[in-house]
Design a protein. Structure first.
Ligand SMILES: [Zn+2]
Length: 196
């Protein structure tokens, strides 16, 4: 994993700065064909490349949205992770359902930047990056990735009634033969190997 940090300090979510105890991880993907981190994370630090409508603004696209990290491509095409909120800040990534909101239930949320969802090389790189990021978070906050409801994607959060109705990442991972159970198992294996 290549982990950088650029907090979205102008985003109202960061400004509000509500504190939580991390209890889980929610995996998202962006739902738009733009694998470049610079689309979402800015201003350009020299590695990101420039994007003119990143999320370091009070309400990106007029919406209350903010996540803890993005995974995608640097300017040079390398896949990396940018942490964009302190891990113990309440994010705005899940919306809510009949049983509440994952945001307020302690879920760290990160986005994987989507491409056209047809590139196996890009998928393998961001999937591996996401496994390693999740393993890092599980280690940091003493979370068991195989425990019920600890590591989930947005669609699973919706099924559990704690997130809005979105398909991510179940519209993407299965195209390349991966389920969320595979993902959780690979996070566990990465932890067991001491690889984070
Ligand atoms: Zn999502």
């Amino acid at each position: 994993m290549e982990l950088h940090q650029l907090y979205l300090t102008k985003n109202l979510c960061y400004v509000k700065g509500s504190i939580m105890t991390p209890r889980g991880v929610m995996v998202h993907s962006t739902g738009a064909n733009n694998p470049r981190l610079g689309r979402y994370v800015g201003p350009d630090d020299g590695l990101l490349g420039s994007g003119n409508n990143h999320w370091n603004t009070p309400l990106p696209g007029g919406q209350q949205v903010c996540v803890h990290a993005f995974i995608g491509k640097l300017k040079d095409g390398r896949v990396a992770t940018y942490q964009t909120l302190p891990w113990n800040y309440v994010g705005w990534h899940a919306g809510g359902g009949p049983k509440g909101s994952a945001n307020r239930l302690g879920y760290i949320g990160f986005e994987i930047c989507e491409d056209g969802l047809n590139d196996g090389v890009y998928f393998a790189a961001v999937y591996r990056e996401a496994v390693e990021l999740t393993a890092h978070l599980c280690k940091t906050f003493a979370l068991d990735p195989l425990a019920n409801g600890v590591v989930i994607c947005h669609a699973e959060g919706a099924q559990r009634g704690i997130a809005s109705h979105h398909a991510d990442v179940l519209h993407w991972f299965p195209k390349f033969g991966r389920t969320m159970n595979d993902f959780r198992r690979e996070v566990r294996q990465t932890l067991d190997r001491g690889g984070v």
